[in-house]
Ligand binder design. Structure first.
Ligand SMILES: *Cc1c(COP(=O)(O)O)cnc(C)c1O
Length: 362
């Protein structure tokens, strides 16, 4: 689905000396590159604070803790996302309340969110799925009206903008992942939390480092969740290229959509409010198996994100209690993601479109 070697080759001349520099400096935990990356990422995103951590799942967990979400609280989120979104809600002892998605963007449906708000609701947790910003303005209004925290899951949306701002700069707190295949990926696990709040930032810095502000003095129960220096070097090398990477993803996506036109597929919809950065290029089709078989026969990758919505996962059976979300279920049965990454050539995209066209006998 992605070619991580291509991006490494491009960066090799500047990256390898920087990595060797970090190895020789040997400040591996919360070293100078981590500090510099946090400053650079905060400036890029337009936030007051960026606090790096060990991975995107931890970023969500720490973000919810910083927002004071805990036992007895309800957090409204989407069932059409990676499991980590809802796992983090469970980690803090709160209850994930799933609501259905919009059939075009696959993001959380604001009308459904409205109906799910109860006196126990403490936060809204939209995901900018596949790189398309969720419809944040009405969610922000709802959050203000009902005194809820707005927590953004930006794991798939680094560099995606909405109304002149970046995802991750609008909610009370936001979580990012630098898993290797994300739009901004490192060479292992990595994550980050962003916020405009000085108080939350201070708490987040303690939470990721054993609840400590001053070494060996511990004020709260925290965690060992830090980004390491080597990953920070990689992220600093890639950050200046992120707009270019995202533009190249958009080039690939638009070429797919043109090449697949007229085949009766639902190609990705851009809502015109946010700038989609295509972490995934995901279409809907009633003939998924036929297409996947044809692609596999040509050794072309494809993937189903996500085959089982969260409300149908065994682990969430008790909180879902047989609830049904028709849009999510229909999308899960028909979605298919095609290879997408900045270095994917026009010729390769055309070839993939040709294989799909042939498979559908069009
Ligand atoms: C990848 C991802 C996460 C988790 O990130 P990790 O770094 O893998 O822990 C959370 N939410 C979403 C939507 C993701 O895609």
């Amino acid at each position: 689905m992605v070619d991580l070697v291509a991006q490494y080759r491009d960066l090799q001349p500047q990256l390898e000396p920087a990595l060797l520099g970090a190895l020789n400096a040997a400040q591996f935990i919360l070293g100078p590159n981590v500090q510099a990356f946090e400053k650079e990422a905060a400036a890029y995103l337009g936030v007051a604070h960026a606090i790096s951590c060990a991975n995107g799942t931890d970023a969500l967990h720490l973000a919810l803790l910083a927002a004071d979400i805990g036992p007895g609280d309800e957090v409204i989120t989407t069932p059409f996302t990676f499991i980590a979104t809802a796992e983090a809600i469970a980690y803090v002892g709160a209850k994930a309340v799933f609501v259905d998605i919009d059939p075009h963007t696959f993001n959380i449906d604001v009308e459904q969110v409205k109906r799910a708000i109860t006196p126990k609701t403490k936060a809204l947790l939209p995901v900018h799925l596949f790189g398309q910003p969720a419809n944040l303005k009405p969610l922000q209004d709802l959050a203000h009206e009902h005194h809820l925290k707005l927590v953004e899951d930006c794991a798939q949306s680094f560099g995606a903008g909405i109304s002149g701002r970046m995802t991750g700069s609008i909610g009370d707190v936001a979580a990012f992942s630098f898993f290797p295949s994300k739009n901004l990926g490192c060479f292992g696990d990595g994550g980050m939390v962003t916020t405009q709040s000085d108080a939350m930032a201070e708490k987040l810095r303690m939470l990721r480092n054993h609840g400590s502000k001053v070494r060996y003095y511990h004020d709260i129960i925290g965690y060992n969740s830090r980004l390491d220096e080597i990953q920070a070097v990689v992220l600093r090398a890639k950050l200046p290229n992120i707009d270019h990477y995202n533009q190249e993803r958009r080039r690939v996506a638009h070429r797919y959509s043109a090449g697949l036109n007229g085949l009766g597929l639902q190609t990705p919809f851009e809502d015109g409010v946010g700038m989609h950065v295509y972490h995934q290029y995901t279409l809907l089709t009633d003939r998924r198996a036929v297409i996947q078989e044809a692609l596999t026969a040509q050794q072309i990758a494809s993937a189903i994100y996500y085959p089982v919505p969260l409300h149908q996962q065994k682990v969430f059976a008790s909180i879902s209690q047989g609830a049904s979300f028709p849009v999510t279920e229909s999308v899960a049965e028909r979605c298919l993601s095609l290879p997408i990454y900045p270095e994917l050539s026009d010729a390769a995209v055309d070839e993939i479109c040709g294989v799909i066209r042939q498979a559908l006998n069009a």
